[in-house]
Design a protein around this ligand. Structure first.
Ligand code: HEM
Length: 181
């Protein structure tokens, strides 16, 4: 039996989103976001280290930075160089003004070169995390503009951002703060 291909047509002008479809999309996005953050939490030990993290130091403890470098101040432009180009280079991500070292506790796998979330490395990822969104990567405009004040976030975006902050606080070390040029 042959199926004539010219019978399969799509008229995109007929494609309209009604209210219930929009609600379903919003709910689905929420479910995916919660599910993958929950998954990430569940695969972490009570101390916040992922169960699969094998990195240990000489004493058999998980590798973390012993020195507190929270006083380090980085501009967006300086932050942009912390993308872990070489295997031992640190990878930093800023959220709401706080800079985290995400190259420990299995983070390099996500944020290092070629990782699923490498797009967030060396950047202030706040707005992308709040919108549960990816983009094309850091732009000149982003580097030249002042730090995003995030004062226009919706309650849902704020919640999304807070969930990522919670994850970062439990898994990574604060190493500094983001400052304007
Ligand atoms: C359909 C889309 C997505 C899927 C299926 C997905 C899936 C996952 C999974 C399975 C994990 C846990 C990995 C692990 O712990 O081994 C994870 C973690 C994560 N996801 Fe997603 N994700 C998606 C979209 C996004 C988006 C759009 C963002 C940000 C805007 C995002 C940000 C993150 C972050 C920050 C982590 C935590 C990584 C860490 O532990 O440092 N994801 N995701």
């Amino acid at each position: 039996m042959t199926i004539p291909i010219n019978h399969i047509t799509t008229n995109f002008s007929d494609f309209k989103l009604d209210k219930s479809s929009i609600t379903q999309i919003v709910l689905l996005t929420g479910v995916i976001l919660s599910a993958h953050i929950l998954y990430s939490k569940l695969t972490s030990s009570p101390s916040g280290y992922p169960l699969h993290a094998k990195a240990k130091n000489k004493n058999g403890q998980n590798k973390t930075k012993s020195k507190n470098k929270e006083h380090v101040k980085l501009t967006k432009r300086q932050l942009a160089s912390y993308v872990g180009k070489l295997p031992l280079d640190p990878i930093y991500i800023a959220i709401k003004g706080v800079v985290y070292d995400v190259s420990v506790n299995g983070g390099r796998r996500f944020y290092g070169p070629g990782g699923a979330y490498s797009i967030f490395a060396g950047r202030d990822a706040s707005r992308l995390f709040s919108r549960f969104d990816f983009d094309e990567g850091v732009t000149q405009e982003e580097l030249d503009s002042p730090i995003d004040k995030l004062d226009d976030l919706s309650p849902e975006e704020q919640d999304s951002l807070d969930a990522y902050i919670q994850l970062f606080e439990s898994k990574y070390e604060r190493v500094g703060i983001l400052v304007d040029n």
